[in-house]
Design a protein around this ligand. Structure first.
Ligand SMILES: [Fe+2]
Length: 292
């Protein structure tokens, strides 16, 4: 472990980083990489907890180097952010060595739609505040994850356009791009899923409850249309915003390492997997989600 650097801070000048911990920005819009920290499996100091929350609200995404946590204890580490928020259904298996984690594996789930931009649980009005993803088994090449900071996207908007967008609401649904239709092949199961997860309305621009930053609260997976405007109007405005969200200026790309951990603010940061790995490659990530 490197020696302490007294001038290093995680996010807030009042809270110095623990000795030996190094923090590096991944890209200007989103992401910090932390090395030199080892979770002991039990405790996270109050200072570290506070500065991690601050960093997540400032930088949106924090990636920890391999060796920081294990497949068995990463949920305990991430659990300092809030209560576990388990919305796992019959299509989301548990991780074998960690009952608090679900397993994301393209080879186990033919209907996995993680390559479309989304917020985890974004088909619910009360989507989780944080997600943690642990790199269990990573392809030799490919399978990166892209992250986009929708608060940065708001800051890039022309102010008059932003003012107009703030008057709009969007309708969101888990079936906006066919998640229910493609997954629940039994008509009765599909009907039950639609009853459990009905469409809901949200302001297109939302305000982060902790940071106070505004963000463009839409994603390609779960937004159906802008309420009260014509289809072409809605489609084109959403298209402009989706293009801004996935622009290089608003995003970063995380190349997974086995044993790395990514934690992000699931409200303003959305993500997608890149499905460029070969069909015989195995890509397994373990996930847990937390409320605020
Ligand atoms: Fe996801």
């Amino acid at each position: 472990m490197a020696s302490a650097n007294p001038s290093l801070h995680l996010a807030n000048d009042s809270i110095p980083a623990p000795a030996g911990v190094r923090v590096k920005a991944i890209k200007p819009a989103v992401g910090s990489y932390i090395s030199g920290y080892r979770f002991d499996g039990n405790t996270v100091s109050d200072d570290f907890r506070a500065s991690m929350r601050e960093l997540l609200h400032t930088r949106g995404l924090v990636v920890f180097e391999p060796g920081t946590v294990t497949a068995e204890n990463f949920t305990r580490f991430a659990g300092f952010l809030g209560e576990f928020f388990n919305y796992a259904g019959p299509h989301t298996p548990r991780a074998p060595e960690n009952p608090d984690a679900t397993m994301i594996s393209a080879s186990k789930d033919a209907h996995l739609r993680n390559h479309v931009w989304h917020a985890d649980g974004g088909f619910r009005a009360d989507a989780p505040a944080f997600t943690a993803l642990f790199g269990k088994q990573i392809p030799d090449s490919g399978g990166d994850t892209m992250f986009a900071n929708a608060a940065h996207v708001y800051d890039m908007l022309d102010p008059l356009f932003a003012q107009y967008l703030e008057t709009l609401k969007v309708v969101q649904s888990p079936d906006a791009t066919g998640h229910i239709t493609d997954r629940y092949l039994d008509p009765e199961e599909a009907a039950q899923a639609r009853l459990r997860m009905p469409p809901f309305e949200m302001p297109l621009i939302r305000v982060h409850p902790v940071s106070g930053r505004k963000w463009v609260a839409i994603n390609e997976s779960y937004v159906c249309y802008i309420k009260g405007v014509g289809r072409i109007h809605s489609q084109n405005i959403l298209g402009i915003l989706f293009d801004m969200i996935k622009s290089p200026e608003a995003t970063c790309r995380v190349e997974w390492e086995q044993g790395a951990l990514a934690v992000w603010d699931n409200r303003v940061v959305q993500h997608r997997a890149i499905k460029d790995y070969t069909s015989n490659a195995t890509r397994i990530l373990y996930r847990c989600t937390m409320t605020a």
